[in-house]
Ligand binder design. Structure first.
Ligand code: C2E
Ligand code: MG
Ligand code: MG
Length: 558
């Protein structure tokens, strides 16, 4: 009589796994300890760096696609199973994906033993730990992986489709003030507002924390998405009202019409929705923004410059340079000071002009380390120039952000102490900001700088609308007339008359005045007749690199 197999055979389990596999995203495996063979369902081949979905010499072959850091742990576990010490396997470790990246998996298996107790087979399942949840239990909406699948499935239909990413403005504040539970309630209610506002062939998904996406496959024009946004917005307004204004929040939206953008993959399209929602928020929130490629190119360029700046700063300010432009005594031609003007070239050699550079430095906060670098370098230059011109001063431009974000006063004190220069050798130029002049932080730094004798200059005088007020609040020693005002005054009688009166007024309250932007001898003659204190302009010199400036004024370069 032939004896029946004691346990189902390896082949039987493989066949079963193959049948179940199309119904699941996980990977089923069978390992035969006697023949040293391993089988895993076909779907694993597309994801991991496997030689085949059936292989022998199991432990050594596994070594080829298990992360080297995790392999010893796996090997130990397999040895314990083989020696009969364990009858289950439950490990979290990393397999190498086809693209070479490590993927966290959870591998669980059960050992099936022969009647004599020796391990015969292990059957089990591998799942990717990082796999996103398909549906979101807070909002009740499908999640991002569903959206991606739907976009894949509907690809042919989507050439006229539209995506709109929606985000609750300042959602963090709701969580902080009212707790996570109320936050979850808001997320669910906003999801309901979105869902109720949808028309035919419009689908909603929840993406990350407080963001949702609506996919419109109806082929309607963009205007219909705009209307949908407004329907959702008023539903959210009603919700806030119904909740008796317990928490005040609004919703922003970014619309991306798929037929009008140059994005091939779901990944790229989702990036454009991220950008569009961020634009809506940057422009003041509670509004909708329609994707515009020109805006996107500006965004990409700013992002590129920001990353170059970070790299350069990390490499000891590589690519940064200070140019110097002389400020000369009016009438006497004697060198009074130099203004330090920032220049920057990316590692690729792309020179970024100051009007583009300074706002990026300010927005990113990078003006803080760069500002500190400027102070030290400018004072170093001043020290060198004082060897020939003992009263030489250096003038630096300060940004309000720098004033608010960094311990500017202490930084200036440190740099002065290191250079052993007197505070009076430094001029700080401040451009009008429109609202920060009266901030207590700014006033405090200002008072301290004034008290130690650092010179304070109001830059760009004649371009803003409250310059006179700033003379009152900032109490400067120097006023710098902007080049744009100078050129108007040189061309037109009325502005010239105004310049005469400004100079008189500034002198009458005991301040000094610099006229900027003098380019020709004629201009110099005309302006000198008004007896300003100092002149700055291309007539004397354009801003130039340190060594060129030193040579120009007879100083040694070494
Ligand atoms: P600003 O402080 O008013 O600097 C004077 C600007 O006028 C400089 O432009 C200079 O090259 C230009 N200029 C001077 N004389 C003449 C002239 O005769 N003709 C003409 N056409 N232009 C003249 P630049 O270097 O491009 O700087 C532009 C602005 O960028 C500066 O205006 C300043 O507001 C800002 N900036 C430059 N460096 C820094 C810095 O280190 N920190 C901060 N916060 N801002 C800076
Ligand atoms: Mg300036
Ligand atoms: Mg200026």
């Amino acid at each position: 009589m032939s004896s029946k197999p004691q346990v189902p055979t390896f082949e039987v389990f493989c066949r079963l796994a193959e049948e179940f596999s199309p119904c699941m995203n996980d990977y089923l495996f069978v390992c035969d300890f006697v023949r040293d063979v391993y089988y895993i369902t076909e779907n694993a081949m597309a994801r991991f760096l496997l030689p085949s979905n059936m292989f022998d010499n199991v432990t050594e072959t596994l070594r080829g696609f298990v992360s080297p850091d995790d392999f010893p742990m796996l090997e130990l576990d397999l040895m314990q199973i083989n020696s009969g010490k364990k009858d289950h396997h439950n490990l979290e470790y990393r397999w190498i994906a086809r693209d070479g990246s490590p993927v966290w998996i959870n591998c669980r298996g059960r050992v099936i033993r022969n009647p004599d107790g020796s391990p015969a087979l292990m059957v089990g399942c591998i799942n990717e730990i990082g796999n996103q949840q398909k549906a979101d239990n807070v909002s009740g909406l499908p999640g991002e992986s569903f959206l991606r699948e739907h976009m894949q499935m509907m690809k042919p239909l989507l050439t006229g489709g539209i995506l709109m990413r929606l985000g609750i403005d300042d959602f963090k504040v709701i969580n902080e003030r009212h707790g996570i539970e109320y936050g979850n309630f808001v997320l669910k209610k906003v999801a309901d507002c979105i869902q109720q506002s949808l028309g035919p062939l419009q689908y909603a998904y929840r993406i990350v924390s407080d963001e949702y996406i609506v996919l419109d496959a109806s082929g309607s024009p963009v205007e219909s998405m705009n209307l949908l946004y407004h329907r959702i917005r008023s539903a959210v307004d009603h919700l806030v009202e119904k909740e008796c204004y317990k928490a005040l929040y609004t919703i922003s939206g970014g619309i991306v019409p798929l037929g009008q953008v140059d994005a091939a993959t779901e990944e790229e399209i989702l990036k454009l929705t991220e950008f569009s929602l961020a634009e809506a928020k940057n422009r003041g929130k509670n509004q909708v923004y329609l994707f515009n490629n020109d805006d996107y190119q500006i965004f990409l360029r700013r992002r590129y410059i920001r990353s170059c700046l970070r790299r350069s700063i990390a490499r000891n300010f590589e690519g940064f340079e200070l140019y110097y432009q002389p400020i000369v005594m009016s009438g006497g031609e004697e060198l009074y000071a130099a203004e330090a003007l920032l220049r920057y070239s990316t590692p690729e050699g792309d020179a970024i002009p100051p009007y583009e550079l300074i706002p990026i430095l300010e927005d990113s906060g990078l003006i803080v380390p760069v500002g500190k670098w400027i102070i030290r370098n400018a004072l170093d230059m001043c020290m060198r120039c004082r060897k020939k011109y003992p009263d030489f001063r250096v003038s630096i431009n300060l940004s309000y952000i720098q004033l608010l974000k960094s311990p500017l006063f202490e930084e200036i004190m440190d740099a002065l102490a290191q250079s052993s220069l007197p505070p009076s050798c430094l001029i700080v130029e401040l451009t009008e900001s429109g609202h920060l002049e009266n901030s207590p932080v700014v006033q405090n730094v200002w008072n301290k700088l004034r008290n130690i004798d650092v010179n304070i200059a109001i830059d760009d005088f004649g371009t803003g609308y409250s310059n006179l007020q700033n003379i009152g609040s900032l109490r400067p020693n120097i006023v710098k007339i902007d080049r744009s005002f100078t050129s108007k005054a040189l061309q037109n009688e009325y502005e010239f008359e105004l310049l005469i009166h400004i100079i008189r007024m500034v002198h009458s309250i005991g301040l000094c005045l610099v006229v900027e932007g003098i380019e020709t001898q004629d201009e110099l003659t005309k302006v000198t007749s008004l007896k300003p204190d100092y002149i700055q302009g291309y007539f004397y010199s354009m801003p130039c690199p340190k060594d060129e400036f030193l040579k120009k004024f007879g100083l040694s370069v070494a």
